[in-house]
Design a protein around this ligand. Structure first.
Ligand SMILES: [Zn+2]
Length: 187
């Protein structure tokens, strides 16, 4: 499994330490158990305050983030983390199935959007997928491609897609789940 590969393999991303930000205890412990069984190191935070201090102290290389929480919302937490460390992938895990919520998540920099209840295998696959995407974006994309105008949106499988603006309204196939989807006309 990818998570057990040595850290010297610098041709791809390696997720080792995951920060789970979730105020619901049952879900938090379920996630912790699942991820630890698959070789990840897991830290838990149940609000924005704990999330930010853990983010600073433990330097996780992946964040799983709930949206509805006391005080600071998941959107705000995501925005603050991305302002500090844009290369740490953030996956939103939520029961909120609304286009507005997906759009806002994309705007604040989230790299994936998965709905609860989730399939553990889908979650594990998505973590690897997103980590690779973010790594490639940070390390392999040339400056010119970065500057080009892009539409960013989430497939229902949770993967974030980035396509050129000229493709708005076109049908494409999601590279993660192979389902057809339409590039949104407006953000
Ligand atoms: Zn998909």
């Amino acid at each position: 499994m990818a998570t057990h590969e040595p850290r010297s393999d610098m041709t791809s991303s390696i997720v080792n330490h995951i920060l789970v930000v979730e105020d619901e205890q049952d879900t938090a412990f379920f996630l912790k158990t699942l991820l630890e069984e698959h070789g990840f190191h897991v830290s838990l935070a149940k609000d924005g305050g704990q999330a930010h201090s853990s983010f600073t102290m433990h330097k996780p290389d992946f964040v799983i983030l709930d949206l509805i929480m006391p005080q600071e919302s998941g959107f705000e937490i995501c925005e603050h983390m991305k302002q500090r460390e844009s290369e740490v992938p953030i996956l939103i895990l939520t029961a909120i199935d609304l286009p507005e919520s997906r759009q806002l998540a994309s705007r604040v920099g989230a790299d994936g959007y998965l709905l609860k209840p989730f399939d553990p295998d889908e979650l594990l696959a998505l973590i690897r997928e997103i980590a690779d995407d973010v790594w490639e974006q940070e390390h392999l994309t040339d400056q010119r491609a970065q500057a080009e105008e892009r539409v960013q949106f989430f497939c229902h499988c949770g993967k974030k897609l980035r396509v050129r603006s000229k493709h708005r309204g076109r049908t494409m196939t999601c590279p993660a789940c192979n389902e057809p989807l339409i590039v949104p006309l407006h953000d």
